[in-house]
Design a protein around this ligand. Structure first.
Ligand code: DC
Length: 319
């Protein structure tokens, strides 16, 4: 078996631009995947010829017995760029294509919860990219409310101002570069205790989650409150020490300095506030899969999450 990837460098919306082939005996295309620029996916699986002819039909295209061209032959045409890939690489694309096909027929929701700094943001981004889903970091919505109050020099316990700010939050305009500041996160944790503010934001988050093809949402109450019916719930955690060490490394990597003990105290305080509040406290949903990243690199966490999700999808497909 041979595996080939072909990039067809054209501007045509009606033709696939990224193609993956599984080729048997240098001749037949066993499986073919076609990705189009608009995100749609085409599949072909070889079926037996029934009329005794040399040509086989796969997914509507003729699979000639003249054989699949060599990679060099394909590359001699400037419009194409081809390379041999591994079986694992093909399988990864196949899974991605299957997941996309599922999304066309049914919504997929992945809920990720956990404390600050556990790696859920990176994981959410990787999963949204892999399964081609929309992505919402719900922490940014609470940060946007806090930021609005700070901008207007209003106290963080001004509930009616916080409600107004929450109503004005536009999910399409959340600017991570301003909202990611540490002080904004601290302030967000404070405005997040108000039930009315939460209700306004949760309504927007739910609308986002139910927009096709579905979404990965990460936060504190996604599996418990925002999307209690999510197809997959992950609770990503890590010890406070590990999270503090990661935060320190992050600060130092951009040339900053900070005190480990202070960062750790900050994290512990934020955990207490997020887990201890009366409305929608941070906790794993009863049916969440736990992922402890204390001793796990992000790639390992991604693979573990993928295994959980693919398993759920396989069962859902059979149902
Ligand atoms: O994930 P983050 O650091 O951006 O979140 C900032 C604060 O927002 C967090 O300390 C608590 C609050 N938050 C929340 O209460 N519920 C969510 N779903 C997401 C964040």
């Amino acid at each position: 078996m041979k595996y080939v990837y072909v990039h067809w460098k054209h501007e045509k919306a009606e033709e696939p631009s990224h193609l993956w082939y599984e080729i048997a005996d240098d001749k037949f295309q066993n499986r073919t995947i076609e990705f189009y620029a608009d995100g749609s996916v085409g599949f072909a699986v070889r079926s037996e010829a029934t009329d005794g002819s040399d040509d086989l039909e796969i997914g509507g295209t003729t699979n000639s017995t003249e054989g699949f061209p060599d990679v060099e032959e394909i590359n001699s045409d400037k419009e194409f760029e081809a390379l041999e890939i591994t079986a694992a690489e093909f399988d990864q694309q196949w899974r991605k294509a299957l997941a996309s096909r599922r999304h066309m027929t049914r919504l997929l929701t992945i809920a990720i919860d956990g404390p600050a700094g556990a790696g859920k943001g990176t994981l959410a981004r990787r999963l949204a990219d892999h399964y081609r889903l929309n992505l919402l970091d719900t922490g940014l919505t609470y940060r946007a409310v806090a930021y609005a109050l700070i901008q207007h020099a209003l106290p963080l316990d001004n509930v009616s101002a916080a409600e107004t700010a929450a109503r004005q939050v536009d999910l399409a305009k959340l600017d991570r570069s301003v909202l990611s500041a540490h002080a904004v996160g601290e302030a967000a944790s404070k405005v997040a205790v108000f039930p009315t503010v939460r209700r306004i934001l949760v309504e927007k988050q739910r609308a986002f989650a139910t927009t096709p093809p579905g979404a990965v949402l990460d936060g504190r109450d996604i599996g418990t409150v925002v999307c209690p019916d999510a197809d997959i719930k992950l609770y990503v955690t890590a010890s406070a020490e590990v999270r503090a060490r990661r935060r320190l490394a992050e600060i130092e990597s951009i040339g900053g300095t900070a005190d480990f003990t202070e960062i750790l105290a900050d994290i512990v305080r934020r955990d207490e506030r997020d887990m201890g509040r009366a409305d929608s406290p941070l906790k794993p949903a009863a049916d969440a899969h736990l992922l402890d990243t204390s001793e796990m690199a992000i790639e390992a966490a991604f693979l573990a999450a993928m295994a959980i999700i693919d398993d759920v999808l396989a069962k859902r497909d059979k149902a």
